[in-house]
Design a protein around this ligand. Structure first.
Ligand code: TYC
Length: 130
């Protein structure tokens, strides 16, 4: 390009020189509320934590009553209820079923209260699943 800035004989508009020294000492304002773009996408359908309802053995509650409560509160069949009862009787405890926290606690309380109403020490507890 010739010294007068012309290209192929045509003069081009003059462009002001952008001297860096003119902005070097100015403070530059950054936006205050910037947000980082999210790199990992969180699944929108996380499964709720589950809680076990546990039947605890005792020496006083009649076997048949335990079976009746298991059928009524946990909708177990006669056969399932008998297996759960006999497992708790032999081993001390047995997992009855797993539910969300609210449901597990409500069922454990109702089943324990059913024994209490008859004067039995029948006990159902809950604990979180690993
Ligand atoms: N052990 C009780 C009995 O012999 C029966 C029983 C079983 C009670 C399980 C509680 O969680 C239980 N009568």
């Amino acid at each position: 390009m010739p010294a007068d800035g012309s290209v192929n004989g045509r003069s081009l508009p003059r462009v002001a020189k952008c001297g860096l020294s003119s902005i070097a000492n100015q403070s530059v304002r950054m936006p205050e509320n910037t947000t980082k773009p999210r790199l990992k996408v969180k699944p929108q359908t996380e499964r709720p934590k589950l809680y076990k309802v546990i039947l605890v053995n005792d020496d006083f509650t009649p076997r048949e009553f335990v079976v009746t409560v298991l059928k009524g509160e946990f909708k177990l069949s006669e056969d399932q209820a008998h297996r759960v009862m006999i497992t708790a009787h032999r081993h001390g405890v047995c997992v009855v079923a797993v539910f969300t926290r609210d449901v597990a606690e409500t069922k454990a309380t109702r089943a324990t209260d059913a024994g209490k109403a008859k004067g039995y020490p029948l006990l159902f507890t809950t604990e979180p699943e690993e």
